[in-house]
Design a protein around this ligand. Structure first.
Ligand code: FAD
Length: 518
């Protein structure tokens, strides 16, 4: 447990005093004004919920949790904190689905519970869809909104965002502070490339609107900015006509080079003959007999023996969207799309699903894992971007040399390519310096007692890459030293630091990222 901060104790004492004698407010310049204190909570349950995240590896009790109803409330809090002689911290918390304490603060700070924005109004009242504009259709979305709610609100109008994340029960603000990647990134870029405008409260408490033409420096800082420059309260997100159904395909490969060359050839095609979504995953075990599996029951023994024979089976996952107009031609399109691919004979599996069933697939897993008590467990994840030129070394050193050799079956391992030119260099996001690079996700889970051992595998992966000279970049990055952050940002570091001094000069925001508060 963190020791209570004496300075905050003084404020707290003043606060208690003011609660009983508000007319003394002017005499206590460091006490929270009533407009702020009315929205602060200190009870054990609230503090406890804000003290941990999805990773369950780091815990910090904040001094209090702030429940804003409007952006104005957030601005009031930040302005007040900015004026204090001793810098205190503020962390926006979306769903707290980061894994290494990035949305936490200790006793020297306040967590802003973003999900209270909008107050008691209907949850999705802060999603407003505009169907016609010179920009094309878009949605103005409160940053606290979940992607699943964005999906529901936009599809009602026959539209939806074009670039997604694999899991939709996270907030718009939280993902835009990272990048937002999934199997559509190869075509549309990450989610941060599909935003027209943001409302933000900077670290000085200024409420600003920004876009590529209005306050562009702030706009690009915030995208992928790890919460360092301001609290986003609204995002204008690009929309396109929505499909209603998908053909969802998995093909199994035993040869890494065939797997990746098919992935790359598919994403390089003209959109008319390309998948709408493409990812890849490793299959390290398959217990035949699982009715909820993607793979049909009669095929499971064959797949299982393939896995036993090769240790790792590579799964190319793709999706072709369709709707009522294209339903008669989609099977033919799929056949053309898959023709000539080098997957193992007979190892192609196709499912027909609604667009929502497909997009919300991880939530289906969540429900199953929650039922087994396996969702709220430590998650020592690491996510990397691997330059294409080194993927063969990555396969032999990491997939074969660490994951397979150590029999790490408790987790999901993703591997899929994307193009550098679909990322906007002006944003704060960091990617490798190669035209094609792969997202490699090691989504490990562990018990409460052994997470450090499991986390050690992630450290070994990073160590292997460093020793082999594979210039990976971490996605959802986590570092403990300034030197590592400087190395991570590379040539973007000086701009990142300069932007910090412009927009959050007192280093109030998102200290849990440990960039300026190491
Ligand atoms: P939080 O964890 O609450 O916050 C993350 C960081 O952003 C913190 O530093 C916080 O202070 C800051 N922040 C939060 N809201 C705001 C705001 N409004 N303004 C400024 N800063 C803010 N990511 C992908 O890209 N692709 C995926 O496919 C994907 N899949 C995932 C699947 C699961 C099961 C999980 C748990 C995570 C996944 N993620 C994925 C990672 C996810 O995008 C990030 O962890 C994201 O930060 C989660 O959003 P959140 O609302 O929980 O943010």
């Amino acid at each position: 447990m963190d020791a209570p901060n004496p300075f905050l104790l003084i404020i707290f004492t003043c606060f208690l005093f003011l609660q009983n004698a508000p007319f003394f407010g002017v005499a206590f310049s460091v006490a929270f004004p009533k407009a702020i204190s009315d929205k602060l909570k200190y009870d054990l349950q609230t503090i406890s919920l804000a003290s941990k995240d999805y990773g369950l590896m780091v815990q910090h009790n904040p001094y209090a949790v702030f429940f804003p109803v409007t952006g104005h409330d957030v601005a009031g809090l930040i302005r007040f904190m900015y004026m204090l002689p001793v810098p205190l911290h503020i962390a926006a918390r979306g769903q707290g689905h980061c894994v290494r304490g990035q949305a936490l603060v200790d006793q020297n700070g306040v967590v802003v519970n973003m999900t209270s924005l909008g107050g008691l109004r209907q949850k999705t009242s802060r999603i407003v869809v505009t169907t016609t504009s010179p920009l094309g259709p878009y949605a103005d979305v409160g940053a606290e909104q979940l992607w699943i709610d964005v999906l529901h609100a936009t599809t009602q109008k026959g539209l939806s965002p074009v670039s997604w994340v694999d899991y939709l029960h996270i907030t718009v603000g939280g993902t835009l502070s990272n990048a937002g990647i999934s199997g559509q990134t190869f075509r549309f870029g990450p989610q941060i490339n599909n935003v027209y405008e943001l409302d933000v409260i900077t670290g000085k408490g200024e409420s600003l609107t920004c876009s590529p033409t209005n306050n562009p420096e702030l706009f690009y800082s915030l995208l992928g900015g790890l919460g360092q420059f301001g609290i986003i309260t609204r995002a204008r997100i690009a929309l396109a006509p929505t499909p209603t159904r998908v053909k969802w395909v998995r093909m199994l490969y035993t040869n890494f080079s065939s797997f990746t060359s098919d992935q790359e050839s598919l994403i390089s095609r003209d959109p008319s003959n390309a998948p709408d979504y493409l990812e890849g995953l490793l299959l390290l075990q398959l217990n035949a007999g699982d009715k909820s599996s993607f793979y049909p029951l009669p095929d499971q023994p064959k797949i299982s023996s393939l896995v036993s024979q090769y240790g790792i089976v590579y799964v190319l996952e793709l999706v072709k969207y369709y709707d009522q107009h294209s339903s008669s031609s989609v099977d033919q399109e799929l056949e053309t799309l898959l023709g000539g691919l080098k997957f193992e004979a007979g190892m192609k599996f196709v499912k027909d699903a609604s667009y929502e069933e497909f997009l919300d697939r991880v939530h289906t897993d969540e429900v199953a894992l929650r039922a087994l008590g396996l969702w709220e467990v430590p998650h020592p994840w690491i996510n990397l971007f691997v330059p294409k030129s080194r993927i063969a070394d990555f396969d032999s050193g990491v997939f074969r040399g660490i994951i397979q050799k150590r029999n790490l079956t408790s987790g999901v391992f993703l591997f899929y390519p994307m193009f550098k030119n679909k990322w906007d260099e002006r944003t704060s996001a960091v990617i490798p310096d190669e035209e094609v690079f792969y997202a490699a996700g090691f989504l490990l889970s562990s018990g409460f007692k052994d997470w450090e051992t499991v986390d050690g595998h992630g450290r070994d992966i990073l160590k292997f890459c460093e020793e082999a000279g594979i210039e990976v970049k971490q996605y959802l990055p986590h570092f403990e030293t300034e030197k590592d952050w400087i190395n991570h940002f590379g040539r973007k570091w000086s701009v990142f630091r300069q932007r910090k001094s412009m927009f959050d000069p007192k280093h109030l925001l998102s200290p849990g990222q440990k960039i300026f508060n190491v």
